[in-house]
Write a protein that binds this ligand. Sequence first.
Ligand SMILES: Cc1cc2nc3c(=O)[nH]c(=O)nc-3n(C[C@H](O)[C@H](O)[C@H](O)COP(=O)(O)O)c2cc1C
Length: 433
Amino acid sequence: MGGSILTLSQGAVDGLYAGGLIGGWLALTYACIFRSKPQHGEAADTLVLHASQTGQATDIAERLHRSIVARGEKCASLPADAAKPEHIATAKRLFFVVSTTGDGLAPDNGHRFDQYITDEAPALAGKQVAILALGDRRYSQYCAFGHRIAQWAERGGAEFLFPPVEVDDLSASDLQQWQMHLEPLGYGDATHLPVEDGLPWQVLERHEVAGPAMQGCSGSDGLFRLQLKPETGPTPPWEIGDLFELHTPEGHRRDYSIASLPHEGHIMLYVRKVVHEGQVVLLKGVEIEASYAMANGLYLDLSANIVDGDRVRSSTTAAINGRRDTWTNLPANTYRLWLGKRFGRNLDLRWEATLAQDLNIDTIGTTGAVTTVTRKGYDVHTARASYTVPKGMLQGLIVRVSAENIFGAYYTPALATRPATGRDFKITLSKQF
Ligand SMILES: Cc1cc2nc3c(=O)[nH]c(=O)nc-3n(C[C@H](O)[C@H](O)[C@H](O)COP(=O)(O)O)c2cc1C
């Protein structure tokens, strides 16, 4: 039997590598998802529609279906694409358990349904709807397919039994939300929460089958073959087709096809750690403004913009992955001071000073070495005068004269690619009619 290659989150892989599967659990379950009997939805009051790429949504949907049927209710469970308009027209209650794949796409058995739900005014009034959307927050189109179904239900005037539940990477606490909503409906055992009696396992052998690979902005930092044994006692029996269910210390669940044969006495899995070439930016800062004006017309305006920003990198390059350096788009800390005097209502003279601090940008390179580039600070001064003609033919005309960057400082603002303009004299005339 060939092992299918599954993906693992950072946390799960760390758990595998570091802890010898401490906190990992085995539940050798029959892959009931492949064995469930075909369901026909024509005359069902309740429909459980699922769409799943790797089986998790189907698994949850099947449990819900069993729980509903156990209460004697007429319920059918179908892949979303197998649902016909008449199934939906007949049903009074629709449960959706769907994942999102690709970049915001419906799973293969939900593509047609995804097109079906584009209609502007679906006739869903009087129907009750509940949605469980499986996804992973690391994707930009988080739970997108589930959201599209929710929008369709809303457009159609369906009544939501409860707000759609999003599940991030099979998080146990998110699934608990779903369970909590189902309980009052009488479906108390519909969710498969982490098993309490799993086994702790240890990694006997870890072999890198393929090195890091990148496609687009995501990839893997290697494909590994792991050989596992329970920490104590013999390996439990299993059959070809059973799945290895791993619970990570963070509460996520992963199902793996077992790549060894039952008589071999150990479990072999192929795992790939998915990484995204990217960064999480952590910014903190303050903006301060103060102004003061006196009766004799003198005024002072102060502002300060102080920002600090790091990025936490993820990368297939081991030397970079998980490390922290400076966010490359970080602006310099800047301080602005205006000192001016108003003479009556018509003349305003002002001195403006802008000061920027030196900015050090640390960048981690592919070898892991840190290089620091310093963007030099600067101070730029501008004098401005503004005069409003008080009377006569030109009454209301505003004449503005300014000498910008009066000392001709040569500088490049932190986020600019070219140096700023040197000394610059300007005269502006404006009049409102
Ligand atoms: C190749 C791939 C693409 C994915 N794309 C998305 C995505 O665009 N948005 C999202 O929220 N989750 C995404 N996920 C996460 C899955 O929705 C999540 O793992 C889900 O639990 C899988 O459920 P399933 O086994 O029913 O398909 C993706 C997962 C994989 C492996």
